[in-house]
Design a protein around this ligand. Sequence first.
Ligand code: DQA
Length: 149
Amino acid sequence: MSATANRIEIMHGVNLDQLGRRDPSLYGALDLPALERRIGEFGEALGLATSFFQTNHEGEFVEHLHRLEGQADGLVLNPGAWTHYSFAIRDALEIAALPAVEVHLSNVDEREEWRRRSVLGELCVARVAGRGADGYRDALERLREELIG
Ligand code: DQA
């Protein structure tokens, strides 16, 4: 942990780079760079330093989690569809051993049955779904509480 413990890594997974082309009624109208700018502003307002990562490759997502030791104090994860079945990401999250919040733009609990399941949830301090971009602010607030009090 750094002296201030305010470094938050925001990780987006598979197909999140396609925001802007995906159904805006589910995912909103922001593309990923615009969403990341918004999250950065939320972070700044809360005194948190945000960094961003996105990949469509599960192994890269896993390896990024491996590399975070000493680099981040908390995580905001939207792994996309991997959330629902990737035990590899689940194990890597356990190795990273950082406070994490799982975020979904859409309300996964009111969509298809398979989206209700998260294999990561038990390793996360909270889960936010269906709040669009504002859900990331909720997640950052939760992490701030966890890290700074
Ligand atoms: C998502 C929900 C997932 O079920 C889906 O596969 C995504 C995006 C969301 O942000 O709402 O790709 O994580």
